[in-house]
Structure formats: C-alpha cells, structure tokens
Design a protein around this ligand. Structure first.
Ligand code: GAL
Length: 422
C-alpha cells in the first residue's frame, strides 16, 4: 500500500514534469518556413548560415527555396501562397514592395524585437525607413549589396594585354583586346533582370548620378526622352556585341563561372557574384578583381536584402519568427552571412577585420556616397520604384537588348511609356 502510494506520487510527479516540459517545449520550439531564392553556390552557403542560426535557437527551419536569380519566380510563387491563405513565416521581399505587401494587411508588426535589439540606432535611416510600414517594423534587413561592379579575371586580361577598364571607352578597348585573344569579353546571362542590371550600370556610368536619379528613380519623362538616354542605349547595345551567342537564358552564376574558368574576361553584376568566386575557392585581388562598373567609381547602387515577416497564428511559430528577426540583425550572423554572400553588413559600426578588400571598398563607398548624395537605389533589384513600373521598364529594356533591329528612338519611347505604368 505504502509502495503503491509512493509509486503513484512518483508517477504523478513524472506526469507533471512531462506536461511542464511539453508546454515549455511548445512555447519555445517553433517552425519557421522561409521563402528565398538563394540557390547558387555562394547564395546557398549564406542561406545555410541563416538556417544554422535559427536551429541554434532550438527552432526548426522549413526551406522554401524557389530557384531563379533576381527572385521573379519566387515572387510569383509567394503571391499564390499568400492568396491561398498559406503564407510562410518569412519571405525575401525588398524595397518598395515591402510597402505593397504591408498595405495588403498580411505582414506582422515586429516592433517589440526591433525595440529590444535597438534597430533604430544600429541601422542607417535610409534602410530603417524601408523596413517600416506606418512607423512599425515589418521586415528585417540582412545586408547591403552593391550592384555597380565589374568582375574580371586578371589572368585572361594579362593574356590579352588588356587593362581593367574604368571608363566606357576603356571598356570597349579591353573588350576588343579580349575578343582578339579568343576570349569571350563579357559573360552575360540573358534574363530580363540581368539585362536590366547591366542597363542600370551603363545608365549610371554614361549619364551620371543626377541622370540616373531623374530618369530611373523619379521616372522623369523629359530625362527619359533626353539625348543622354540615346547615348545610354547605344552604349548598352554595344556591350551586347561583346557577349556570346549562348547568353540567352543563362543563369547569372553560370556567367560568373565563365569568368572564374577564364572562358570570359568580365561580368557586370552585383556582389553576390563575389559569393560565387569565394565559394569556388578564389582569392580576391589574385584570382579575380572587383572594380566599380565603368564611370561609376564615385557612385553606389544599393540593393538591400530583407525578410518580411508574415502574420502567423501558431504561438510557437510566432516566437520562432521573432527569434529569426532578432538573429538576422545580430553581429555574429551579419558577419558570417555577409562573408559568404558577397555583401556587407547592414548593421552600422561592425568590425570588418574578416572581410576582404572588395567588401572594405564597398563599405567605404557606401558611407562616402551617402554623404555626397550619390548613393542610389538599384532599380533592377527592386529598390527604387513600385513593382509595376519596374517590371514594365525591365521588359522594355530587355526587348531592346534582344532585338537588334529595334531603333534607339523606339526603345526610348517604349521605356518612357513603361515608366508611366501604375
Ligand atoms: C538579387 C538579390 C541578391 C542575389 C541576386 C541573384 O535580387 O538581392 O541577394 O541573390 O538577386 O539571385
């Protein structure tokens, strides 16, 4: 009898402990489904740093990767998921699109995390404002990518007797020399977002910062129809002449691989390309070089990746989502993620000791260009204008790139009218 009583008490205690554990477990361990398009070598390494950070907090990560550089396919899939009432916890959404999603009422307010982690004081205001909707944080930023870069393979440049260009005139001299040496001068992936990435670097280099802002950010009709736009389009078409015939449809990372292997001399691409060189074991300054796209050394087109947080019902998952948001902005994560991604931390005053010279230059230029008003948002990467206008301009630019018969005047008119898309 005594023994029975003891056992019963023990069993009861055990049950109570187990129940407590379950409740505690449920309250803490949640699942976070994260939509992203980071599937290339360098991107996947960076994404796995995010996964590891979340798992270290005891939560589980449900990967929702939709391949396709630039994220066009990912956005299409996200829309259908949200419409069917099945939003992920977090999704890679950037720039003005964050406001569009928030206006739909589907994003969660994460101000409690932002306050506890002092985001207002560790983020540049230009970034913090984009992460907020009506004054409340709805997204967490991960990095700052610079888009106006030119990546080159120094060995093939040497072989061709060419130098890495700093102006568009020099660019074509080098391209000609590479071509004569039997090397594909420009590695390009013929997808609309990649055409547009090249286009905006040409626009910035040929037209300058004021032109870029007026034409592509303010969408000023007179500037879009100006003579400078002719020069931009002519230069853009000339660049195409130095790409290979297999460019159409090629993924950006395969274009980077051509530079890595020395099949091509250079690539105009944002610094996620550096993530590919690094993932392939290449050393900056030795195996590859980073330089501002011709004529753009004193400007900086920024592209900030961020994760928007969707409203969730399950409490454990909400907790996991908040832990994810806090982790994204932590100094440890910002370091390891950006070392792999090719970008620089978005958090101010971070120690960059472990970063390479490309990242250090990017960081210096980010600060300097902010002071000289030549820090501009990337249109190709969804930082500048609402998605409808950006998409229409992108299509017009790609049509011109792909149809050698379209005149500059026609392209100019098409782009100007695309800019009016609401
Ligand atoms: C950009 C994105 C980068 C990079 C690139 C290629 O839009 O901001 O993080 O991954 O697409 O996929």
């Amino acid at each position: 009898m005594k023994k029975m009583e003891k056992t019963t008490r023990f069993a009861r205690n055990l049950l109570a402990v187990a129940a407590g554990l379950t409740v505690a477990g449920l309250a803490q361990a949640g699942e976070v489904e994260v939509l992203h398009w980071w599937t290339s070598g360098g991107e996947a390494k960076a994404a796995s740093a995010l996964k590891a950070t979340l798992q270290a907090k005891g939560h589980s990560w449900k990967d929702f990767a939709v391949a396709g550089g630039g994220g066009d396919s990912a956005m299409t899939v996200l829309k259908s998921r949200v419409v069917s009432g099945n939003a992920p916890a977090a999704a890679q959404i950037k720039g003005p699109s964050l406001q569009e999603w928030a206006a739909e009422g589907v994003l969660a307010n994460i101000d409690d995390v932002a306050k506890a982690e002092k985001w207002d004081s560790v983020l540049p205001p230009v970034v913090a404002n984009v992460m907020k909707y009506k004054g409340n944080y709805i997204a967490a930023p991960v990095n700052v990518h610079r888009v106006n870069w030119l990546w080159a393979n120094p060995e093939v440049f040497k072989k061709a007797g060419a130098k890495v260009p700093t102006t568009w005139d020099e660019f074509f001299v080098s391209a000609e020399a590479l071509k004569k040496a039997g090397i594909i001068p420009v590695a390009h992936g013929g997808q609309p977002w990649q055409d547009f990435t090249t286009f905006e670097s040409v626009a910035l280099g040929v037209g300058g910062t004021d032109f870029y802002k007026k034409a592509l950010v303010q969408l000023d009709q007179a500037t879009l129809k100006s003579a400078t736009m002719d020069k931009v389009l002519e230069t853009f078409r000339k660049v195409k002449g130095y790409t290979d015939k297999n460019a159409p449809g090629r993924d950006w990372n395969l274009a980077t691989a051509m530079v890595i292997k020395g099949e091509a001399g250079m690539q105009l691409m944002g610094d996620w390309a550096k993530g590919e060189f690094i993932a392939a074991g290449k050393v900056p300054g030795k195996d590859f070089t980073c330089a501002a796209a011709p004529g753009t050394a004193k400007a900086f087109t920024f592209n900030v990746d961020s994760f928007a947080m969707f409203k969730l019902k399950n409490e454990a998952n909400v907790k996991a989502q908040k832990d994810l948001a806090a982790a994204i902005m932590s100094t440890d994560f910002q370091e390891v993620f950006n070392l792999n991604k090719g970008s620089i931390p978005v958090r101010l005053n971070m120690d960059l000791a472990k970063f390479d010279d490309c990242a250090k230059l990017s960081s210096k230029d980010f600060v300097d260009t902010a002071k000289s008003a030549s820090l501009v948002p990337s249109v190709a990467h969804g930082m500048a204008v609402p998605s409808a206008a950006a998409g229409a301009i992108q299509d017009a630019v790609s049509q011109f790139w792909n149809s050698d018969k379209m005149s500059v005047a026609d392209a100019k008119a098409k782009i100007a009218s695309a800019a009016m898309t609401k």
